[in-house]
Write a protein that binds this ligand. Structure first.
Ligand code: NAD
Length: 286
């Protein structure tokens, strides 16, 4: 495995960033590690870092923060050049429990701060996301979470935390890909200055065989994954594709040397579907 991972970076550092509403810069393309086993985390995340990714997206529930931390410890990249996100799991919602869960995440990661801490799901039936948000505000004050945000929040959940605390999340990380483009939510975010981060940006690999995407890829001499990711970047989104395969890790990062034309952007935008959601509806997910 290590010899495959030793390939030269495709594009080292010329990656775009997004300026968040708290003035921090976040890389626009990152590496997601859901379903990466903890024991393989160091090698797989190490490969991503070697390729050039600087944003790593993990979560307490992924149970691989230790492996991610090992990769960070071994990579010899200055800490300030990395952007590490982790997330508060649903069981730990509430003010005190969120603070405890954050300590645990930092310890597993071996870090003294994260760049972005997110509430993973609103879990409205629990009724604790405002208290959890207050804990994240405290963590930002302490400087141990440089930026704070949420994930899977709908406008009503966002309105509530903003209304009750006066603090707007920097980021909302939501399911977003060509089949589920979240246009209304993105417009809402734009009005509030919230940056949109796409989870499952490749539709969990299901978009690769779409005819229109394949045709654009063929025309441009790119792969379907690269066309999909380029659409996210050209749409002003932050995207965090996941792969455990070295060649795909590199392929997914090799997207900075081309742009999509207006016509291709329109074709891709037309793939939006009311039935495109793959994951759960945040109102129901516990
Ligand atoms: P994804 O859309 O990134 O798709 C990943 C899958 O696509 C891979 O497992 C592989 O099967 C395939 N793939 C990847 N690169 C490919 C390539 N170049 N060619 C062909 N196939 C390829 O799906 P994901 O892992 O669900 O989402 C990415 C990240 O988003 C996760 O790892 C995680 O960090 C985050 N996420 C967050 C939430 C949340 O609730 N906040 C939920 C799901 C995922």
């Amino acid at each position: 495995m290590s010899t495959q991972f030793a390939r030269k970076p495709v594009v080292a550092t010329t990656q775009p960033t997004i300026k968040l509403n708290d003035d921090h810069a976040m890389p626009q393309l990152g590496f997601g590690v859901w379903q990466v086993p903890d024991a393989e985390g160091a090698a797989i995340v190490g490969a991503a870092l070697k390729t050039g990714y600087r944003l790593i997206d993990t979560a307490a529930i992924y149970k691989n923060e230790r492996g991610v931390g090992q990769a960070i410890a071994q990579c010899h990249i200055p800490r300030q050049d990395l952007f590490i996100t982790t997330k508060l799991w649903n069981d730990d919602q509430g003010y005190d429990s969120a603070l405890r869960a954050f300590d645990q995440s930092l310890e597993l990661l071996g870090l003294d701060y994260v760049d972005l801490y997110l509430i993973h799901w609103p879990v409205p039936k629990k009724g604790k996301y405002v208290e959890s948000w207050k804990a994240l505000i405290e963590l930002k004050k302490q400087g141990r979470a440089k930026s704070i945000g949420v994930s899977n929040f709908k406008p009503a959940h966002l309105e509530r935390i903003i209304g009750e605390t006066g603090v707007t999340p920097a980021v909302n990380q939501v399911e977003l890909h060509q089949k589920f483009q979240q246009r209304a939510l993105r417009a809402f975010h734009a009005g509030k200055g919230i940056s949109t981060e796409s989870w499952s940006p490749l539709g969990q690999g299901k978009l690769m065989n779409d005819k229109a995407i394949k045709a654009i890829a063929k025309k441009l001499g790119r792969t379907p994954a690269q066309v999909i990711l380029r659409w996210h970047l050209d749409s002003g989104l932050i995207a965090i594709p996941k792969s455990a395969t070295p060649s795909r890790i590199a392929e997914n990062f090799d997207v900075f040397g081309f742009r999509l034309g207006d016509e291709d952007m329109q074709t891709l935008s037309s793939l939006d579907s009311p039935k495109g959601r793959i994951g759960p509806d945040p109102d129901d997910f516990n």
